[in-house]
Design a protein around this ligand. Structure first.
Ligand SMILES: Nc1ncnc2c1ncn2[C@@H]1O[C@H](COP(=O)(O)OP(=O)(O)OP(=O)(O)O)[C@@H](O)[C@H]1O
Ligand SMILES: [Mg+2]
Length: 236
């Protein structure tokens, strides 16, 4: 699903934290969002997800006349996901129950996801007895359970060890390719952006400074601000 943004502005008490003139993230893309703390990354993603309301401007989903947030095919994973206080299995099956899947299909889908994410041995475990990385994987399994078309991720691997991060990246790549899911991921890890994302958006003080192929932006940035950010010299 294409995401098209036009003249998107968010202000808190007249303080402008987001100001995006135009952006189009194409269907099937795996797009990274990078930028310093406070750059407006989460604000942008929250608006796309409908969790926050913009001050003005528009976000279109799929085509340039549809502003309705596609709640049934979209999902978001946070850096610190909330867990339902029950088992791993029930956390993952919850979106399927809500959507009226039958017991047999739910069981198969949950088993398949747990296998892919290495969670099979944890299926009966209560969610409060999981480690941070395990919670993150369960949150991802739950997000993927109903086969969304748009996946929004806000620093999903920020607290996760390199091995688990690698596993999560593989899964994201796989679902992006196999199922054509559009993935937008905020990351502070430039190496991750390079490994994972076709395209990258660099944000600074609420604005998009640069948007393009990740390899190109990270290797030959066009703008001084991007260069400074990549080399760790950006002072805000
Ligand atoms: N509810 C709020 N009220 C006032 N200002 C806010 C609010 N939420 C966010 N902001 C401000 O908006 C700006 C952008 O915040 P945002 O959370 O989008 O940044 P970010 O790029 O996600 O940063 P980080 O990398 O630290 O997560 C920041 O200056 C922040 O202080
Ligand atoms: Mg953020």
């Amino acid at each position: 699903m294409d995401i098209i943004v036009e003249k998107l502005i968010k202000e808190y008490d007249k303080n402008r934290v987001l100001d995006i003139n135009k952006l189009k993230i194409e269907k099937g893309s795996l797009c990274g969002i990078i930028g310093a703390n406070g750059a407006g990354k989460s604000t942008f993603l929250n608006i796309v997800a409908g969790l926050e309301k913009q001050t003005s401007g528009r976000v279109f989903y799929g085509n340039s006349s549809n502003e309705e947030i596609p709640l049934d095919i979209m999902t978001m994973v946070f850096q610190r996901p909330y867990m339902l206080s029950t088992t791993v299995e029930k956390n993952i099956s919850y979106p399927l129950k809500l959507r009226g899947w039958n017991a047999y299909s739910i069981e198969n889908r949950v088993a398949q996801l747990c296998k892919e994410l290495g969670l099979t041995h944890l299926m009966k475990r209560k969610s409060w007895k999981l480690s941070g990385g395990e919670v993150q994987k369960v949150a991802l399994a739950r997000a993927l359970s109903f086969k969304p078309k748009l996946l929004l991720l806000d620093e999903p691997t920020a607290n996760i060890d390199p091995k688990t991060t690698g596993e999560i990246e593989l899964i994201l790549k796989k679902i992006n390719i196999d199922e054509g899911i559009t993935v937008i991921i905020i990351t502070h890890n430039l190496v991750q952006a390079k490994r994972l994302c076709h395209d990258v958006v660099f944000m600074n003080q609420g604005q998009i400074i640069e948007f393009g192929r990740t390899a190109e932006v990270l290797k030959n940035p066009k703008y001084e601000l991007t260069k400074q950010f990549i080399s760790g010299e950006l002072i805000i």
